[in-house]
Design a protein around this ligand. Sequence first.
Ligand code: 5GP
Ligand code: MN
Length: 347
Amino acid sequence: MKRIKTQSIDEIQKQLANVQQILIMTHYNPDGDAIGSSLGLYHFLLAAGYRVDVVVPNDYPVFLQWMPGNDKILMANKSPQEALERIEQAELIFFLDFNVLDRLQELEDTLREAPAPKILIDHHPNPEPFADILISTTQVSSTSELLYELLVSMEGEQAIDRNIAECLYAGIMTDTGSFSYNSSLPDTYYVVSRLIEKGIDKDRIYWRVYDNYSVDRMRLLGYCLNIKLKVLPEYGAAYISIDRTELERFNYRPGDSEGFVNYPLSIHGVMFSVIFIQQEDYVKISFRSKGDFYANRFASKHFGGGGHKNAAGGYSDLSMEETLEKFESLLPEYKTQLLKNHLYHED
Ligand code: 5GP
Ligand code: MN
């Protein structure tokens, strides 16, 4: 396990030697890896004697609100003035789990111009060159896994306490869909075994994240799979769309549709799955693929987004109907790519 250059570790240590007030920032619509890595780093820096702030651009789902230190996270959409003050006060800023500054949404310009030195720790391809120190590789499951390696390189195994271990484990578990994707490298399991040695209860962490849904969410899922799922077998693709009235009918709460996009991938022959969710003024889109179909390239070329090869996101300013038309009209162009790599058409 040697995925971080010694030079980068030295540079981070040099920066840490000069400061007292540190800010940790993660991306818009934070996911389990974003919150897990941010809080893992928070506990580490706090134990080392720093004053630490964690700021996120907006809310995140209830099933992520249990990690130790959760109550210390400041949501910029709810407390914009306080968020700006914390950004201003920072002497050093860690950016976790994203590769382009526009994933900070409204905070993008403020942070781009912030005078404090910037450290980016991330696992997405092609990071935007905004950071003074960059720790980035796609050869890890998650930012949380990479952060584990960084923390141990700096302070040794004993610096990882149970709180840190819980947060990092939650990050790895959620970014791999509980070890079903992005988890084919042995190092991931080395890190997981180290975290388990710290006394975490991995089953409890699973329950807190995945067995913590509302009845409304379950019924919305049933409705989507029964009524809203459209399968396009000629392209090995499937999609689900949800409009505002449907969201309201099922008392939608942030995070309720998390994971829906994965279901169509378990249909025989489907290797590209998409979900379109109507927001107030745009359509949010999530893409998932199997094998060698680059969902991130599709997302960035046609829907202003990006992400990983097999998990990406984007958005559309068109109406839902027009967005779905646009999506369907793009598929013929990708037919060969989609079917070439058709995992299950070989049998
Ligand atoms: P999700 O579908 O869960 O919202 O996002 C899946 C992955 O796609 C995220 O981990 C992130 O890497 C990426 N992603 C989602 N939305 C965007 C976006 O608007 N822009 C970019 N560049 N990446 C995104
Ligand atoms: Mn991640």
